[in-house]
Ligand binder design. Structure first.
Ligand SMILES: [Zn+2]
Length: 463
C-alpha cells in the first residue's frame, strides 16, 4: 500500500507500527452548524481509506473526534468560540447545540454510507487529559501566561516548529503586525483560555490556572494520546489544517513526548463549487439535504467524490452530480446482472483481473478514479456479453460495496410474474410476433423495468 505523506511530500510505502493493526486519527467536525458537502468530501475519503486498509488485511483502530468546545472563529485564537456564537444564534445552551449537530452529522454519515469509526470522542469528554497535557508542557517550560487571556504555547522553544507546513517562521514574524494579545511570537497559540471575568460560559472548567476552557488544538493531542498512544500510524485532516491546527498538534505532542505524533499525514484537498471557493456570500454552501431535495441520492455525491483523487481539488456542480447519478444507475444495472447469469458470458478470469487491478489502484494512494475506470471496462464488456453463471459475480459485487460503499447489493430481483412476462416476450419475438412483444415490453417499462437486447440475449435493468 502506498500513501502520499504530507510530512515528507512524497508517496511512500505504508508500514504500520504493529504488523496487522493501524491506528488512525481524523480531525472531526466542529458541531456548531449544519455540516455541508465540503465537510463530507473530507470524511468520505477517510471512510475509503479505512475500507481499503481493512481490505488489505489490517485491523483499523480509527478515532475521529467531535469538536464541541474551544474552536474560535479565527484559527489564530481570536474571536468568539464557535459554540458560543451558535448558542446565541439558536438561543440554546452550547451543550444543546452540540447535541443537535452531532445527531445531524450522524444522520448524514449513515446516508453517505460512512462507516462508524471505532470511537468518536467529544472534546468535552477529555478535559482532564487536556489539562494534564498542558501541565506536562508547563513543566517542560513550553508555556507562558497572558493575564486575563490564557495559557499559551511558546513556539520559539521548539526547534522544528512548523515542519509539516514548512512555515517560514522569520517571514511570518517580520510580516506580522504588533500583536495586541500579548503573544510573544506570532505563531504562539492558546492551550487554555480563561473565561471572561464578567460572564459565565455554558462550557467552562476549573484548572490549575483558573476557570476556562481548552484551546482547539489541545483536544486532538490529548485524545490521540489517551486513546491511541504517543505515536500513531496515520493522522488525517483537511488541507486547511496543515498550517495551524496540525502544526500545533505536532508542537504540543512532540514537545511533551519527544516522539513523532504520526508517521503518515494525509490531507484532503479542497472541494470547489462551480470552480469557486465555498462561501456564504456566494450562497454555495450546500448541505446533503439540499441535494436530496433536488432529487439526488447522497450516494450520487459519494460516487462523485470517488471520481477524483483526494489529492487534487475536486469540483462540484449540479451537472457533474447529475452525471454521477447516471453513472451510479448504470453501475446498478451492471450489479443487477447477478440476477441474470447466463450459460455463457464473461468468465471468472475477467472478474479476477478486474478485482486485482482495482485493488492495486485503490492501494496506490487511494486512486479511486482509476479503480472506477477499470470497473467501467468490465461493465461495458458485461453489458454486451453478459456473465456466466460459473462465476462468483455476486461475491464480486459484494466486494465492490465493501470497498466503495455504493449499496449496489441493496437492489432486488424482478418478480416471478415479471420473469414470466420476459419469457413470453422472448417467445413472441422468436415467433416474430412484434405486436405482442412490444406490448409486453411497454408493460414492463410501466413497471420500471427496461429491456435491452444483445447478441447474447436480453438484459433487464431498472429505470
Ligand atoms: Zn485535530
Amino acid at each position: 500500500m502506498q500513501l502520499y505523506n504530507t510530512m515528507t511530500r512524497s508517496k511512500e510505502a505504508f508500514v504500520p507500527i504493529e504488523t496487522d493493526m493501524v491506528s488512525m486519527y481524523s480531525c472531526g467536525l466542529t458541531v456548531y452548524n449544519e455540516p455541508h458537502i465540503g465537510n463530507w468530501s473530507v470524511y468520505i475519503v477517510w471512510d475509503l481509506l479505512s475500507r481499503v486498509l481493512k481490505d488489505a488485511g489490517y485491523k483499523v483502530n480509527h478515532v475521529e473526534n467531535y469538536t464541541d468546545v474551544g474552536h474560535l472563529v479565527s484559527d489564530e485564537d481570536s474571536g468568539e468560540d464557535k459554540m458560543v456564537q451558535a448558542s446565541k444564534r439558536e438561543k440554546k445552551s452550547a451543550w444543546d447545540v452540540a447535541k443537535h449537530y452531532i445527531n445531524r452529522a450522524e444522520d448524514d454519515r449513515k446516508k453517505l454510507n460512512i462507516l462508524s469509526p471505532t470511537q468518536m470522542p467529544r472534546a468535552t469528554d477529555y478535559i482532564l487529559e487536556q489539562v494534564a497535557l498542558i501541565q506536562g508542557l508547563e513543566e517542560r517550560g513550553f508555556t507562558y501566561e497572558i493575564p486575563e487571556e490564557g495559557i499559551y504555547f511558546d513556539t520559539s522553544k521548539l526547534q522544528d516548529y512548523g515542519k509539516l507546513a514548512r512555515l517560514d517562521i522569520e517571514g511570518l514574524q517580520s510580516g506580522s503586525r504588533v500583536d495586541d494579545t500579548g503573544k510573544r511570537n506570532v505563531t504562539d497559540f492558546a492551550l487554555w483560555k480563561f473565561s471572561p471575568k464578567d460572564e459565565k460560559r455554558d462550557m467552562e472548567w476549573e484548572s490549575p490556572w483558573g476557570t476556562g476552557f481548552p484551546g482547539w488544538h489541545i483536544e486532538c493531542s490529548a485524545m490521540i494520546r489517551a486513546i491511541l498512544g504517543d505515536t500513531i500510524d496515520i493522522h488525517t485532516g483537511g488541507i486547511d489544517h496543515i498550517p495551524v491546527h496540525h502544526t500545533n498538534e505536532i508542537a504540543q505532542t512532540e514537545s511533551l513526548t519527544g516522539k513523532p505524533l504520526a508517521n503518515y499525514w494525509i490531507h484532503r484537498n479542497f472541494i470547489k463549487i462551480d470552480g469557486h471557493k465555498m462561501s456564504k456570500s456566494l450562497g454555495n454552501i450546500y448541505t446533503l439535504d439540499m441535494l436530496i431535495e433536488k432529487g439526488f441520492s447522497p450516494l450520487d455525491f459519494r460516487l462523485l467524490m470517488l471520481q477524483s483523487t483526494y489529492h487534487n481539488e475536486s469540483n462540484f456542480s449540479w451537472d457533474n452530480l447529475e452525471s454521477a447519478k447516471q453513472r451510479r444507475k448504470s453501475l446498478q444495472a451492471f450489479a443487477d446482472l447477478r440476477f441474470q447469469l447466463q450459460d455463457d458470458g464473461l468468465e471468472q478470469k475477467d472478474i479476477d483481473e478486474t478485482y486485482k487491478s482495482m485493488r492495486a489502484s485503490l492501494q496506490d494512494d487511494l486512486n479511486s478514479p482509476e479503480a472506477l475506470a477499470i470497473l467501467s471496462q468490465l461493465e461495458t464488456k458485461a453489458m454486451s456479453k453478459l456473465i456466466s453463471q460459473k462465476t462468483d459475480f455476486t461475491e464480486f459485487i459484494e466486494w465492490i460495496d465493501s470497498i466503495l460503499g455504493l449499496d449496489l447489493m441493496s437492489s432486488e430481483d424482478i418478480s416471478r410474474e415479471q420473469k414470466v412476462a420476459l419469457q413470453e416476450r422472448d417467445n413472441a419475438r422468436r415467433n416474430q410476433d412484434w405486436k405482442v412483444s412490444d406490448e409486453i415490453r411497454d408493460e414492463l417499462v410501466e413497471q420500471g423495468i427496461e429491456l435491452r437486447d444483445s447478441p447474447y440475449g436480453y438484459v433487464w435493468n431498472r429505470l
